[in-house]
Design a protein around this ligand. Structure first.
Ligand SMILES: Nc1ncnc2c1ncn2[C@@H]1O[C@H](COP(=O)(O)OP(=O)(O)OP(=O)(O)O)[C@@H](O)[C@H]1O
Ligand SMILES: [Mg+2]
Length: 257
């Protein structure tokens, strides 16, 4: 489904990605891990066309993503959350989810007089899609609540919901567990697994929380300073010597224990 080949990104003298190759297959949960500054978010920015690589190829299905502008990415079926929260303070849960529906915001910019039947249909579809996602993520009871009034863990779930409303086939999650409590973490792992199976979404997950990564991933790629140092099943990666060294000698999965 997604294939990065030999992707290179330089910021001035810094090589943020130095020949990254990775694949995500249909229905897979694949994780990309590595120490701070390894290049994980940069890889997401390459896929969503925020950062243009100096070299390499990025394909989604049979489409060359590097030929496309950033605004075309969501329409292809790629949804994304950002590291930290990118929620709009004054909006309710319902409004936040609806905005996630591709192109619906363009209708809101039109005056009533030229509001086309196409826009009315689009708005109705957006409502339906948002309600459906709210139900799946246990957010329907919170529809009218301002997002910022909710506990952090719930806000993160709204953020994932927003990325899902456009019905992506590939979901990119950048550190969804950051700042969550233990019980939130279990819920998040369950939610990601359910999303994959119920909505037929493949997931590429960037995450520092190793118990979560190891429990839900089919495969794991490990980046260090822009270079891939290992990939394989969670078990293979956990016992890989280079991975253990990159994590300062702490066996992977025990640093949060
Ligand atoms: N737009 C940019 N301009 C200059 N340097 C950048 C830019 N974006 C990222 N970098 C640098 O590229 C490197 C990789 O950054 P990136 O954000 O991809 O790391 P990361 O693996 O996501 O780290 P973290 O786990 O802390 O989120 C870092 O050294 C970072 O400072
Ligand atoms: Mg990052």
């Amino acid at each position: 489904m997604l294939e990065l080949s030999d992707v290179e990104v330089r910021f001035g003298g810094l090589k943020a990605l130095d020949g990254l190759s990775l694949e995500v297959g249909v229905g897979e949960i694949v994780s990309l891990i590595g120490p701070n500054g390894a290049g994980k978010s940069t890889a997401f920015n390459v896929i969503t066309r925020i950062v243009h690589p100096q070299a390499g190829r990025v394909r989604f299905d049979d489409i060359d993503l590097l030929e496309l502008p950033p605004h075309a990415i969501a329409g292809l079926g790629i949804g994304r959350t950002y590291q930290g929260l990118e929620l709009f303070g004054s909006m309710t849960v319902g409004e936040t989810l609806i905005v996630g529906y591709e192109a619906v915001e363009r209708c809101g910019l039109l005056s009533g007089a030229i509001r086309s039947t196409r826009c009315t249909a689009l708005t109705e579809s957006a409502h339906r899609a948002a309600r459906e996602v709210a139900r799946r993520l246990d957010l329907d009871g919170l529809w009218e609540q301002p997002v910022t009034a909710l506990p952090y863990g719930v806000q993160k779930r709204v953020d994932i919901g927003r990325a899902l409303v456009g019905r992506p086939r590939l979901l990119l999650l950048d550190e969804p567990a950051a700042g969550l409590t233990h019980s939130d973490l279990d819920e998040l792992g369950d939610a990601i697994s359910r999303i994959r199976s119920d909505l037929d979404v493949s997931v590429l997950l960037v995450e520092h929380h190793m118990p979560l990564v190891m429990s839900i991933s089919d495969r794991v790629y490990v980046l260090d300073a822009g270079r891939l140092i290992a990939d394989g099943s969670p078990e293979e990666v956990r016992s890989n010597q280079r991975v253990i060294e990159a994590y300062l000698g702490v066996p992977v999965g025990e640093e949060h224990a």
